[in-house]
Design a protein. Sequence first.
Length: 379
Amino acid sequence: MLRSRPSLSAVALAGGALVGGAALIAAQPPGGGPPGRTHTITQSNGKPDLVPATERPPGKARVAISERGESRVIFTAGLPDHLVGAFPNRGNPNQIATRRTTYRVPLNPEPADRVTEGGPAVFGIAVNGVVFDPGAAEFYGEGGGPGGPGGRPDGPGGRPPFPPPGGRGGFGPPNGGPPGGGGPGGGGPGGGGPGGGGPGGQAGGQAGGERWQYEALSGAVPLGLDANHAHVQPTGAYHYHGLPTGLLENLGWRAGSHSPLIGWAADGFPIYAKTGFADLQDADSAVKTLRSSYRLKQGNRSDGPGQPGGAYDGTFTADYEYVEDEGDLDECNGRQCVTPEFPDGTYAYFLTDDWPVIPRQFRGTPSRDFLRGPQQGGR
């Protein structure tokens, strides 16, 4: 089954080499977060310009993971346990700061009846306490006022309310309570857009009212990612947009072995990176590099009013589509399988070399602890 990839309303930041002209314009991203920025870039080289990770974080990494009742409780200071890039830098004016936060996820998660889009939430948290936040508050568009690189731009203020728990876009309490009904418009977080599915839905499309969101790792917008594919929000929060290189090195990840456990998703399922057992149910089987089931769409984007035009090249989230059984993983970039930590089997997410790298959808019911608060999200 082939399914077009909807735009996601995640709000974090991107980094990469600039290709083409950019008009920086204030915009309010759907799904929450501070105002995003818009640009007129339509193509990219797919190679983000990474800042070398040569600096020590401003403090010690602190993370404590415990089990309380039906929840896994994760306390973090938000600082990584590996070297980072120099922040501020040319593409990111923000400085890393301690961010003491407590997250709760279901201890015994269950797959939900329907997939939940990750729009207004960070995807999960690494075992070192740094969050996985793949989206970008960068959008295609014209008009409005300028915004500074990597900072909170001028323009319309305020933020829409968080969506209520609900169906395909639903967020539950920390222990994974039942989701409610979907919002108006077809089930994206907070309701669908004019196109029928809206951000997070499977129906509709960019021409139907959704916004063209830039991909964080596309190389389209230069925002100062470091060699860990991470950088800093205006709040001081250091966060991963791609493969956490330094973390994988610290955990001893090797291509010929099953990935170590690298984190927990907001719905409570484990997160691994790149490698898993070839046989889903056999821990004695060979190890293979897992492939996502997404690919670039063929042809060109619409070039009508408000549309970027140009070839599908990965500049935008909506340049990708899901093709069932194209790779090893499902639409959430996960699978039901055995792992070293779960010999009896579990649903597990995998970071991949190919898009989406970090998953963009949840198989279970994500905890509301991972929704972005008023001072989160931004670049």
